[in-house]
Design a protein around this ligand. Structure first.
Ligand code: GLA
Length: 727
């Protein structure tokens, strides 16, 4: 049992292996938040304080008691209109056109297993691995209900939250704001950690103090975005990688979002995660419901590293699905950086032949194989194989590639249309365009209105017709622009369209994974523009960034690792000089960085020297040796490549018997100082052998004093140790 109701104190307590979360139904029926932190028993309502809060609001039933104020009490689901003037988690526009909601406790229910959410991605678990809690709140005046859902996964130290708004009132209402996760912390000094970025430089780590006022990040782009990732951390000021308290929230959603962190007048901290308020106003007719996406919450008292490992485990084991969830992913060669749009069937086959010879396992044909798609200017929406360009049918091409011993994968971008396409000429109203305005273009393309079922159905059929032409074993699902010009002819309110778009996307993806259970899906959005927990429910891996430069990737993969497991991070060895930065790095360095994710290649193999080809053969053997450790092992960050002179990380097996430590140097100086890499996560005082050199090391010394990183010649040198416990 992980969820308990205690009658006398009216507290509900959620326990995981190392954390406790507690709330209380107070004397007026408000649901107050008491505690979230290290596992603890007992009632924590002593944390609630009552002092004269003169100029704050007091609920009417408090009478002359000025010490009772929702403006100072910690809450589970704060709304507008209860006397709390802080940022609310929920705003509803009522039938009488007011914005007040006063949610009070009605009942609750505890059950075995993890709840699921209709039409939305959500954490899942076996019946005996999780428990769920449902709390019904109701506004006694309007009748509108908020059903708070909590899922508890004790082994992962994870609690999930979602909210359903039910219009049990007498008229039409609309949901104007909804944040399924709210965390009110009465004490402590916190930092707000977020992951900002841009195309080709995603998920940079930023840590800033939570001050008075509200810090807000989010996306107005209709997708989770390159610019801010929908996952945040609140860490005590002193918290480091290995010590201190921190809370994480990851939104299981791929559309617009917002996260707000702020200190109130009494220096209490509130953290919210939810849907973007911009262009959002979801209509609910009498009896209708709105189910929010869920947020994954986790807490660590042992620093950021442990917090990340909680997220990794939950995402890897309880969010990713399908045949490839645990299985080793095929080592692929992607054609994009090898030839961009300039290929023929013959040139693809020549590339595939070389790939097969080197031991690569799958060939992926990227953009450019359909319609008139020879550049970014045209063709999106016309999912008809360009047999003239390929010189044969798709089926034939796949057969030839399969005959070489390679699997075959293909690139698609179903949500998009070019104006220069047959689809747009036939159905111009299927793209987001506001009547009377000219639409914003981005990469010369427009976005299809996936909030409309007939559009989703049509594209789904087109894509299936392609996939059915042969033995397709992998699909890269791309999405290369942000949404704009939101107008849907069919919608009863434009305020619902952005969310309905995401539901349309999820519907398509669910149908795809159901119909093709053996296909491995990789997500992509101009690289990592939609790298979120929502997509990972359908695509167990996501192309991490269009930037394949290994030195930039140190920072991108560092930021990504705070929330997302290595098994989700698509990473390829590409050409040098790199196509995005022109930086020159060794094959070894490029491979080491790519091996810290789902490994593959993306370059013209036919241009390589024999020496480089031999290196690739060795890299493939090396990756295969460690693939399970990388995919399923515990991940440790050993340095911060934003500030340290190297990127270093480590994978440790669950049984702590083996560990792979990888390091890439950044700046080079004459007469170099020596950097010592402190290994983490090994058994104490145990002998481990470095399998590269054969040398034996004591693990405590490795963790306390570190191991000197060899001073190698040249810039950006990579080095690794593979430690195995000596029996
Ligand atoms: C995006 C992707 C790339 C590639 C191109 C093709 O930029 O991130 O990997 O697929 O589109 O147009």
């Amino acid at each position: 049992m992980s969820i308990f109701y205690e009658e006398q104190s009216r507290t509900i307590t959620l326990h995981t292996v190392s954390t406790t979360y507690q709330m209380q139904i107070d004397r007026y029926g408000f649901l107050l938040h008491l505690y979230y932190g290290k596992r603890a028993d007992g009632c924590m309502d002593y944390l609630l304080t009552y002092y004269d809060r003169g100029f704050s609001g007091n609920p009417y039933e408090a009478g002359t008691d000025k010490t009772y104020s929702m403006d100072s009490l910690p809450q589970e689901f704060p709304s507008l209109g209860t006397g709390d003037y802080r940022t609310p988690a929920c705003i509803i526009k009522n039938t009488d056109r007011t914005y007040c909601s006063d949610f009070r406790y009605v009942s609750h229910r505890i059950r075995e297993g993890k709840y699921s959410l209709p039409g939305l991605p959500a954490v899942y678990a076996q019946e005996d691995e999780a428990q769920s809690l449902e709390i019904l709140l109701r506004d006694p005046v309007t009748g509108v209900e908020a059903v708070l859902l909590y899922g508890v996964l004790p082994e992962c130290d994870v609690i999930t939250r979602s909210v359903k708004i039910v219009n049990a009132s007498q008229g039409h209402v609309s949901v104007k704001k909804l944040a399924p996760a709210c965390l009110d912390l009465v004490g402590g000094d916190y930092d707000f950690i977020t992951f900002y970025g841009r195309h080709a430089m995603e998920r940079n780590f930023q840590r800033m103090p939570v001050g008075h006022g509200t810090s807000k990040i989010g996306s107005l782009r209709g997708t989770s975005s390159h610019q801010y990732n929908p996952a945040v951390i609140l860490a005590e000021r002193e918290t480091t990688e290995d010590a201190g308290a921190c809370y994480g929230m990851a939104f299981v959603y791929s559309g617009g979002f917002q996260s707000e962190a702020g200190r109130d007048q009494y220096s209490q901290t509130r953290l919210l995660m939810g849907l973007s308020e911009e262009q959002f106003s979801y209509p609910l007719h009498v009896g209708e419901e709105f189910q929010s996406p869920e947020v994954i919450l986790t807490y660590s008292s042992a620093g950021l590293g442990k917090l990340s490992r909680n997220f990794h485990r939950c995402i890897r084991e309880h969010l990713c699905r399908g045949k490839y969830k645990e299985a080793a992913r095929p080592i692929l060669l992607n054609s994009w950086e090898a030839s961009y749009f300039n290929f023929t069937g013959e040139s693809l086959l020549a590339l595939a032949r070389q790939a097969a010879e080197l031991g690569i396992e799958m060939f992926v044909m990227d953009d450019g194989w359909f319609g008139q798609r020879d550049s970014e200017l045209r063709g999106l929406g016309d999912w008809k194989v360009n047999e003239e360009k390929l010189g044969c049918s798709l089926g034939e091409l796949i057969r030839k590639i399969n005959d070489m011993g390679l699997k075959f994968g293909i690139w698609i971008e179903p949500e998009m249309v070019n104006e220069d396409s047959d689809l747009y000429r036939e159905h111009p109203d299927w793209a987001f365009v506001i009547p009377g305005r000219r639409p914003n273009r981005s990469r010369y393309q427009l976005v299809l209105d996936f909030s409309r079922k007939e559009v989703v159905d049509y594209i789904f059929d087109q894509i299936c017709a392609v996939l059915d032409q042969g033995n397709v074993e992998y699909v890269k699902w791309d999405m290369n622009r942000s949404l704009a010009d939101i107008y849907s002819a069919a919608a009863d309110s434009q305020g619902r369209v952005l969310h309905d778009y995401v539901l349309g996307l999820y519907d398509f993806l669910e149908r795809l994974v159901t119909r093709y259970p053996n296909i491995l899906l990789e997500g992509c959005s101009g690289g990592g523009g939609r790298f979120d927990a929502g997509m990972l429910y359908y695509t167990p891996q996501i192309w991490c960034s269009d930037n394949t430069d290994p030195i930039d990737r140190l920072e991108i993969q560092y930021g990504t690792s705070f929330i997302y497991p290595a098994s989700s991070v698509g990473a390829h060895v590409s050409a040098s000089p790199n196509h995005q930065t022109r930086r020159v790095t060794s094959m070894k360095t490029r491979a080491m960085v790519a091996m810290a994710g789902v490994f593959g290649y993306e370059l013209n193999l036919n241009e390589l020297s024999d020496g480089e080809k031999d290196e690739i053969r060795c890299q493939i053997a090396e990756y295969k040796k460690h693939a399970a450790l990388v995919q399923q092992g515990d991940y440790y960050r050993l340095t911060n490549p934003q500030t340290d002179n190297q990127g270093a990380w480590e994978f440790v097996s669950r049984d702590q018997k083996e560990a792979l430590v990888q390091v890439v140097g950044i700046k080079k100086h004459a007469n170099m100082t020596v950097d010592y890499i402190r290994v983490k996560g090994l058994k104490e005082n145990t002998m481990y052998r470095d399998m590269e050199t054969g040398r034996l090391y004591n693990s405590t010394a490795l963790m306390e004093a570190g191991v000197p990183k060899p001073v190698l010649e040249g810039e950006y040198q990579a080095y690794q140790w593979y430690f195995v416990e000596e029996e």
